[in-house]
Ligand binder design. Structure first.
Ligand code: FES
Length: 110
Protein backbone atom coordinates (compact mmCIF):
# COMPACT_ATOMS: atom_id res chain seq x y z
CA UNK A 1 0.00 0.00 0.00
CA UNK A 2 1.80 3.09 -1.18
CA UNK A 3 -1.08 5.54 -1.48
CA UNK A 4 -2.07 8.08 1.14
CA UNK A 5 -5.52 9.53 1.62
CA UNK A 6 -5.76 13.31 1.44
CA UNK A 7 -8.84 15.47 1.74
CA UNK A 8 -8.95 18.53 -0.50
CA UNK A 9 -11.63 21.22 -0.38
CA UNK A 10 -11.84 22.92 -3.75
CA UNK A 11 -12.51 26.61 -4.43
CA UNK A 12 -16.26 25.96 -4.57
CA UNK A 13 -16.18 24.42 -1.09
CA UNK A 14 -16.64 20.82 -2.25
CA UNK A 15 -14.70 18.24 -0.27
CA UNK A 16 -12.82 15.52 -2.17
CA UNK A 17 -11.11 12.48 -0.68
CA UNK A 18 -8.28 11.53 -2.97
CA UNK A 19 -5.62 8.85 -2.98
CA UNK A 20 -2.11 10.06 -3.75
CA UNK A 21 0.78 7.77 -4.70
CA UNK A 22 3.92 8.00 -2.54
CA UNK A 23 6.13 6.27 -5.09
CA UNK A 24 5.94 8.72 -8.00
CA UNK A 25 7.90 11.69 -6.58
CA UNK A 26 4.79 13.84 -6.75
CA UNK A 27 3.95 16.80 -4.61
CA UNK A 28 0.56 17.97 -3.40
CA UNK A 29 0.23 20.63 -6.12
CA UNK A 30 0.76 18.03 -8.87
CA UNK A 31 -1.72 15.69 -7.21
CA UNK A 32 -4.41 18.37 -7.01
CA UNK A 33 -3.81 19.17 -10.69
CA UNK A 34 -3.94 15.50 -11.64
CA UNK A 35 -7.37 15.23 -10.04
CA UNK A 36 -8.43 18.48 -11.76
CA UNK A 37 -9.61 20.02 -8.50
CA UNK A 38 -8.67 23.56 -9.55
CA UNK A 39 -9.43 25.27 -12.82
CA UNK A 40 -6.72 24.82 -15.43
CA UNK A 41 -4.34 27.77 -15.57
CA UNK A 42 -5.21 29.12 -12.15
CA UNK A 43 -3.29 26.74 -9.90
CA UNK A 44 0.31 25.56 -9.85
CA UNK A 45 1.12 27.90 -12.71
CA UNK A 46 4.92 27.79 -12.39
CA UNK A 47 4.99 24.01 -12.15
CA UNK A 48 6.48 23.94 -8.68
CA UNK A 49 9.42 26.26 -9.33
CA UNK A 50 8.58 28.53 -6.37
CA UNK A 51 7.77 31.42 -8.69
CA UNK A 52 4.01 31.90 -8.59
CA UNK A 53 2.34 31.20 -5.21
CA UNK A 54 -0.79 30.10 -7.12
CA UNK A 55 -0.61 26.66 -5.49
CA UNK A 56 -1.44 28.07 -2.08
CA UNK A 57 -3.54 25.87 0.20
CA UNK A 58 -4.69 26.16 3.79
CA UNK A 59 -3.69 23.28 6.02
CA UNK A 60 -6.75 22.31 8.03
CA UNK A 61 -5.56 19.62 10.42
CA UNK A 62 -2.56 18.59 12.52
CA UNK A 63 -1.03 16.16 10.05
CA UNK A 64 2.72 16.75 10.01
CA UNK A 65 4.12 18.20 6.80
CA UNK A 66 7.70 19.35 6.15
CA UNK A 67 8.49 22.74 7.64
CA UNK A 68 8.25 25.79 5.44
CA UNK A 69 11.55 26.69 3.81
CA UNK A 70 12.88 30.25 3.52
CA UNK A 71 12.08 30.48 -0.21
CA UNK A 72 8.52 29.29 0.28
CA UNK A 73 8.02 31.73 3.13
CA UNK A 74 9.35 34.72 1.23
CA UNK A 75 7.31 33.93 -1.90
CA UNK A 76 4.14 33.34 0.07
CA UNK A 77 4.43 36.60 1.95
CA UNK A 78 5.60 38.67 -1.02
CA UNK A 79 3.41 37.32 -3.86
CA UNK A 80 0.67 35.46 -2.03
CA UNK A 81 -2.81 36.89 -1.58
CA UNK A 82 -5.39 35.67 0.94
CA UNK A 83 -2.45 34.43 3.06
CA UNK A 84 -3.42 32.97 6.44
CA UNK A 85 -1.33 31.57 9.31
CA UNK A 86 -2.02 28.03 7.99
CA UNK A 87 -1.11 28.82 4.38
CA UNK A 88 1.34 26.58 2.54
CA UNK A 89 2.50 26.29 -1.03
CA UNK A 90 1.32 22.83 -2.02
CA UNK A 91 4.19 22.31 -4.47
CA UNK A 92 6.49 22.21 -1.44
CA UNK A 93 4.65 19.32 0.20
CA UNK A 94 5.90 15.99 -1.16
CA UNK A 95 3.51 13.05 -1.15
CA UNK A 96 4.95 10.73 1.49
CA UNK A 97 3.46 8.24 3.95
CA UNK A 98 3.84 10.92 6.66
CA UNK A 99 1.03 13.03 5.23
CA UNK A 100 -1.65 10.31 5.42
CA UNK A 101 -4.89 12.00 6.48
CA UNK A 102 -3.84 15.54 5.55
CA UNK A 103 -6.71 17.93 4.95
CA UNK A 104 -6.25 21.13 2.94
CA UNK A 105 -8.37 23.77 1.30
CA UNK A 106 -7.29 25.37 -1.96
CA UNK A 107 -6.86 29.13 -1.47
CA UNK A 108 -8.97 31.48 -3.62
CA UNK A 109 -7.71 32.26 -7.10
CA UNK A 110 -4.84 34.76 -6.87
FE1 FES B 1 4.28 27.94 -8.34
FE2 FES B 1 3.95 26.30 -6.22
S1 FES B 1 3.39 25.97 -8.26
S2 FES B 1 4.94 28.23 -6.32
Amino acid sequence: MSDVKITVIDREGTEHEIMAPTDMSMNLMETIKAYELAEEGTFGICGGMLMCASCQCYKLNDTEVPEMGDEEESLLYSDGVHVKPNSRLSCQIPITLDIEGLKVEIAPEP
